[in-house]
Design a protein around this ligand. Structure first.
Ligand code: FAD
Length: 319
């Protein structure tokens, strides 16, 4: 299978199409996921990202009235979903690998599994704090920031594993993507500091950047300009999310620390129901995408968040 960077190189200046999907919720059939992804295969995505979801703590009332804390994973199966998608659609997949909840050894084991499966791409992320934590806390023996995770993957690409006693360490060949934030990561004091650490991720071995979703292209263009001024030369792939529900104009900024342009909010405010919101959201995403394609972005990466219909409507006007 091919690396994301090979797809970008072979595109000959044509903007590629890619998507990010979520693994099914625990107990849900994989068929639902296939049914969601199948219509999008018409647009020949060069790669499909599969998100990783950490454990969550839930509290259950016991017979004695006390609360019992339980750790559950609502969406397990990132690696197996990647393998299943590859098998079903013959498409490259990009599992998201996070620092949170993993020791370095566990990360190494996960990467060895991916290597055996023939998955040559990963998106290396830190992950967020879990409920009950004030801020992100790495596992004892885990990575604190994504740049450390990138270093570990890059070392394995050079045949350097955690144990230095291996007789025949085989180099892996992972293409490493990392996250970038046109509106800055919420913890960073300013964009300049955030870009310093983004650059560090590239210097430690990352090959390309995928951005957080944004709704104002001006912010993306300025971000790319600032990255280039800082000496970040890696490809930067914009992330696009078509809005489909009125509630998203509140939820997306709250969850992803992004801003919504006035024109978009005004148009959505006028909608009487979510069917009308979907029309506005799709039109906005088409206009955004057309402008980005005109500026020769290497790829448009669509966030499905479990739904593919709006992406299908957008992609059918572009690809
Ligand atoms: P980092 O690059 O480590 O940055 C985190 C913060 O620390 C930033 O403020 C940065 O400026 C700062 N920083 C970075 N390095 C250093 C350093 N060495 N010293 C001091 N400060 C530093 N989360 C999931 O749980 N699962 C997913 O599948 C997932 N997929 C995502 C996909 C994309 C495209 C994006 C944009 C985000 C995704 N996330 C996912 C969310 C991501 O985990 C969070 O945004 C997280 O808070 C930061 O991750 P990061 O990799 O950008 O962190």
């Amino acid at each position: 299978m091919a690396k994301v960077t090979d797809h970008l190189k072979n595109a000959n200046d044509k903007t590629l199409f890619s998507i990010e999907i979520l693994p099914p919720s625990t107990g849900e059939s994989i068929q639902n996921l296939f049914d969601n992804v199948t219509p999008l295969m018409e647009f020949k995505p060069k790669f499909i990202d599969v998100t990783y979801h950490r454990e969550e703590f839930v509290y259950k009332k016991m017979a004695n009235g006390l609360l019992e804390q339980k750790s559950i994973k609502k969406r397990p199966g990132t690696v197996s979903i990647c393998a299943a998608l590859m098998h079903r659609f013959d498409v490259d997949t990009v599992p998201h690998i996070i620092c949170g909840g993993f020791t370095k050894e566990e990360t190494e084991y996960a990467l060895i599994d991916l290597n055996f499966l023939g998955i040559d791409n990963v998106l290396a992320l830190r992950g967020d704090s879990i409920k009950g934590q004030k801020s992100f806390e790495p596992d004892p023996g885990g990575h604190k920031f994504a740049d450390d995770l990138v270093s570990q993957i890059n070392s394995m690409n050079k045949g350097v594993y955690l144990s230095d006693e291996l007789l025949n360490p085989t180099p892996t060949k992972f293409c490493i993507g990392v996250a970038g934030y046109p509106e800055k990561h919420f913890e960073a004091p300013n964009l300049k500091t955030d870009l310093k650490f983004l650059k560090q991720k590239i210097e430690r071995g990352a090959d390309y950047i995928v951005t957080q979703m944004f709704f104002d292209n001006k912010k993306f263009f300025e971000f790319v300009e600032k990255c280039r001024a800082e000496g970040i030369t890696a490809p930067i792939i914009p992330g696009i999310k078509p809005i489909t529900m009125k509630s998203q104009i509140y939820n997306l900024p709250r969850n992803f620390f992004i801003d919504m342009p006035d024109d978009l909010i005004d148009a959505i405010d006028k909608c009487k129901n979510d069917d009308e919101v979907k029309i506005v959201g799709v039109e906005w995403a088409i206009a955004q995408s057309k402008e980005l394609m005109k500026s020769k972005v290497p790829c448009l990466h669509f966030y499905s968040m479990g739904k593919s219909m709006a992406i299908h409507q957008v992609a059918s006007k572009l690809f």
